[in-house]
Structure formats: structure tokens, C-alpha cells
Design a protein around this ligand. Structure first.
Ligand code: C2E
Ligand code: MG
Ligand code: MG
Length: 466
């Protein structure tokens, strides 16, 4: 056994781990070392006494090296909203929960062969183990989940599990861990899914995302991000009454890439703030150009990502652009997706109220696509509601038509403008017009187009008017 004063050699650590007698002594020595304040504590989590990542890796690698004929897996698990546990119940209760999970994992470790439990950080735990089939691993996750729900705790604790079950002989622990982490990411936030197995496509997807992320950083500088405009139309007259600016990435290899492929990535890394600002800048400049040419500009709305909740300069940035370009604020309405109007988004709500005072029009985008509640209509301040195209998805159904017609009736009584997204055919158009909705955005009329093309279209409409 090492002297406690000497730094511990890793091989000594895991050989002691493999023998249970040694292991008990080790834990005892460890407790002693903790009392004496000796640095061996760094190898174990101070709360759960489970090996931290470094030791977990060493112990697991050793098992792999010595058992070339077995298959191995890593289960990575964490607690959803652990921060909330600490905030609502206090740190002591949070610590009690972590210790309890640590004990459950230790029990599983002691009863299974070639198994190592670890505590990576905060609420992130690991279990390295051998397996014969995947069901065995799924059962471990379900057991942990059941044991946690048996615990007397004043908070509904939800654990998520990512599993990497490798068919390779002698995989590296870091590979198993990374892949379990990817699988865990995929399961997080999905209330009804407990665990997720890593599949090879996930890695490909992750690598594509990473590649895209690094390319996107340059794309903005290289002018590959450009504004497209989709005209908004009055369905009764067929005239264009405005537009919406929608971003496109003109990729040197892949051509035009739509926002649904890259906006989610930029919302994760914060680049969306710069993309939005760029789009706003382009729209204000365009409106200035139209005014300077003595033409009558039509409002062109811009999207404001929910990520601007964290952007303290949001109002200042938009107002500065408006001032610099000397464009009346109502010519650039701000579209925010409906989830930004929930009562929890107090800060965003406050900012939008300020923007309205400055003369900007606020539009609730994608209404009906997920988060909206009728209560939000009562409490939120807005000038326009954009009905999501989901409403039009099943116009053949009488129920669907009833919902849309009553929804339009309700909204018209609220003194807000209503526009419907995703009008694709005449049947939808006729129904909407019959039910008092005049404005639409949809492929029946126009798809989003480059800004210059939109400008030509508007010029033609202006000429036709003369
Ligand atoms: P959105 O703001 O709700 O924009 C409307 C989307 O519906 C656009 O998709 C548009 O092309 C699509 N659309 C319009 N009419 C039809 C139709 O008849 N059929 C179908 N199938 N689709 C129709 P797009 O351009 O792919 O944009 C998707 C979303 O990406 C936007 O939804 C918006 O949330 C986001 N986005 C786009 N540009 C920006 C931007 O500059 N900033 C931010 N923050 N988000 C943006
Ligand atoms: Mg929009
Ligand atoms: Mg929308």
C-alpha cells in the first residue's frame, strides 16, 4: 500500500479497487486521508466518494485491457433541472440526492462483475460495465430510475441516460464516454424517454454539426449569409402588402441552405445574435434606399430570435439602426415566436413593450405551433398575429375548418392584424377569405426570394399602379 504522504500511483489505485478487501481498506485509508487533509481526496468525489473522471478512466481501462473477450458499455446519466433542486429545496437536499444516487450506483457496481461507478461532476454520473445484450443495460437504467422514484424527496427527480454499448473488442473508455454523452444529449428534455443508445449516425450528425458550426463562423464574414424576402399578400386584391426577411446561407459547395438547417446551431453557439443584427441592418438599409429613391416602402418584418432574451443591447441595437437609416419604425415590424410571449419571458415582454412605445410593431410568429395559450392573447401586447401553417394542414377536415374559423373570429375581436402563414392552395385561400382573413404568406403566391428579386417585383407593382 502506498504511504499516504506519497502521490498515489494510478496502477496502485485500480489494483486495490479490484480486490474487495483491499478496496475496503482503501476506503478507510481514504477517509483517514480526508481527515488529514491529504490530497488523495482529489481522486474521489467528496460527496459520493465515487471515483472522479480520471480514476474512473483508469479503473475502466484496466478492466478492458485484462478482458479482451468481453463487450463493454458506459452509461452516462444526469438529473434534469438539478439546479432547480438546489434552488427550491436547498443545497443540503441537493447533496442528499447526489449521495443517494451514488449509493445506488455503488450497489450496482458491487453486484456486477467488471463494473465501475463514477461521479464526473455535479449531477453527472457514469457506470462502466460489461454486457451481453442491450436489454441488460436498459434494465440497469430502469432500476436506477425506479430506485430514485422510491426515494422520499420533495421534488420529481427525472434522470436521463445515454448508453454506449460497444460491439468492438477493447474500445477506449474515452470513446465509450464521448458516445454515451452524445446519446445523453439526444435524450435530454424528452420527458417520456428514459434512455437512449448511441448509434453511429449520431456521431456522423454531430460531426456534420461541428463542421457546420466552424464554417458558419466564417460564413457571415464571407458574405455567404444573405437576406431573402417572402412577400406578404392581400388575398382579396392579390397585391403585395409587405414582406418578411428570411435568412439564407449561400454555401460555396451546397448551394442555398435554409435556416432550419443552421439556425438551431447558431442558437446554441450565440451566432444567431450576429445573424439577426446583420439581417436587421440589411432591411433598414433597403428601406432607406427605397425612401431615398422617392418610392413608397412596404413594411418588411424581421425575425428576432428568442436568444435575444440574453441580449441586453437588443432595443438599443434596433433603435440605433432605425435612427442611423432614418426609417420610420413601423416599416420594420419585429416577429417573435409565440414562446417569447409566455409570462416567464418577463424581460422579453418588457423590452417589446418598450419597442412598441418607440413605434415598432410587434408580431407574434408561429401562433398555434406549440406554446400559445389563450391567456397569452389576454396578457401580451402585440400588433399582429401570424397563424402558423399547422392550422392549414388538414383543411379537408370539418373540425379543422371549425377551429380555424373560430380562431379567426376570436382574433378579429382582439383588434390585432392577422396573417396566415403557409397558404399553398386555392381551397385554403378561399376558406380564409370567406372567414374574414385577408393577409397571407405562402407558396401559392411567392416563395422567399433574394432581396434584389423582391425589389424588382415591387417596382413592377409600383409601375402597374401608376
Ligand atoms: P418563420 O419566421 O415562421 O418564417 C416562415 C417560414 O415559413 C419560412 O421558412 C417560409 O419559407 C415558410 N413558408 C412560407 N410559406 C410557406 C408555404 O406555403 N409552405 C411551406 N411549406 N412553407 C412556407 P424558412 O425561410 O425556412 O424559415 C424558417 C424559420 O427560420 C422562420 O420561420 C424563422 O423562425 C427562422 N428564421 C428565418 N430567418 C431568420 C432570421 O433572420 N433570424 C431568425 N432569428 N430566425 C429566422
Ligand atoms: Mg417569422
Ligand atoms: Mg412563422
Amino acid at each position: 500500500m502506498n504511504s499516504m504522504k506519497e502521490p498515489i500511483r494510478e496502477d496502485a489505485l485500480y489494483s486495490s479497487y479490484l480486490s474487495s478487501e483491499e478496496s475496503k481498506k482503501r476506503i478507510y485509508d481514504y477517509e483517514v486521508s480526508k481527515i488529514k487533509g491529504i490530497d488523495e481526496a482529489a481522486n474521489y468525489n467528496f460527496l459520493t466518494h465515487l471515483p472522479v473522471l480520471r480514476l474512473f478512466n483508469v479503473l475502466s481501462s484496466d478492466i478492458i485491457q485484462q478482458n479482451a473477450d468481453l463487450k463493454f458499455a458506459v452509461i452516462m446519466m444526469d438529473i434534469s433541472e438539478f439546479k432547480a433542486v438546489n434552488e427550491f429545496l436547498g443545497r443540503d437536499e441537493g447533496d442528499r440526492l447526489l449521495c443517494y444516487i451514488g449509493d445506488v450506483l455503488k450497489e450496482i457496481q458491487d453486484r456486477r462483475r467488471f463494473t465501475v461507478a463514477g461521479h464526473a461532476r455535479a449531477d453527472l454520473f457514469l457506470l462502466f460495465t460489461t454486457f451481453e445484450d442491450r436489454q441488460e443495460l436498459a434494465d440497469i437504467c430502469l432500476e436506477i430510475k425506479r430506485r430514485i422514484s422510491d426515494m422520499h424527496f420533495a421534488y420529481k427527480v427525472i434522470m436521463s441516460f445515454g448508453i454506449c454499448a460497444s460491439e468492438d473488442r477493447q474500445p477506449s473508455v474515452s470513446y465509450l464516454r464521448d458516445c454515451a454523452g452524445i446519446a445523453l444529449k439526444k435524450v435530454k428534455g424528452k420527458y417520456f424517454t428514459d434512455f437512449n443508445f448511441f448509434e453511429d449516425e449520431m456521431r456522423t450528425l454531430m460531426l456534420t454539426e461541428k463542421l457546420m458550426e466552424s464554417e458558419l463562423l466564417l460564413a457571415l464574414e464571407n458574405h455567404e449569409i444573405v437576406p431573402y424576402i417572402q412577400p406578404k399578400v392581400d388575398m382579396v386584391t392579390g397585391r403585395i402588402v409587405g414582406g418578411e426577411a428570411l435568412t439564407r446561407w449561400i454555401h460555396p459547395k451546397h448551394g442555398v441552405v435554409g435556416p432550419s438547417e443552421f439556425i438551431p446551431i447558431t442558437e446554441k453557439n450565440g451566432l444567431i445574435i450576429s445573424i439577426d443584427r446583420f439581417m436587421w441592418d440589411q432591411v433598414f438599409k433597403y428601406q432607406r434606399q427605397v425612401i431615398s429613391e422617392g418610392r413608397k416602402p412596404l413594411p418588411i418584418s424581421v425575425n428576432v430570435s428568442r436568444m435575444h432574451v440574453h441580449d441586453r443591447d437588443l432595443a438599443e441595437t434596433i433603435i440605433k439602426l432605425q435612427d442611423e437609416n432614418d426609417v420610420p419604425p413601423y416599416l420594420v415590424p419585429l416577429e417573435l415566436t409565440e414562446s417569447a410571449f409566455t409570462p416567464e419571458e418577463k424581460e422579453m415582454n418588457r423590452r417589446m413593450t418598450d419597442m412598441r412605445r418607440h413605434g415598432f410593431l410587434i408580431s407574434m410568429d408561429d401562433f398555434g405551433s406549440g406554446y400559445s395559450s389563450l391567456n397569452m392573447l389576454k396578457t401580451s401586447e402585440m400588433d399582429e398575429i401570424k397563424l402558423d401553417r399547422i392550422f392549414l394542414s388538414d383543411m379537408a377536415s370539418a373540425k379543422c375548418r371549425t377551429v380555424v374559423s373560430h380562431m379567426l373570429g376570436l382574433l378579429s375581436a382582439l383588434d390585432v392584424s392577422v396573417i396566415v402563414e403557409g397558404v399553398e392552395n386555392e381551397m385554403q385561400r378561399d376558406f380564409l377569405v370567406r372567414n374574414g382573413c385577408a393577409q397571407a404568406q405562402g407558396f401559392l403566391y411567392y416563395k422567399p426570394m433574394p432581396l434584389q428579386e423582391f425589389d424588382l417585383l415591387i417596382r413592377k407593382q409600383e409601375l402597374a399602379r401608376c
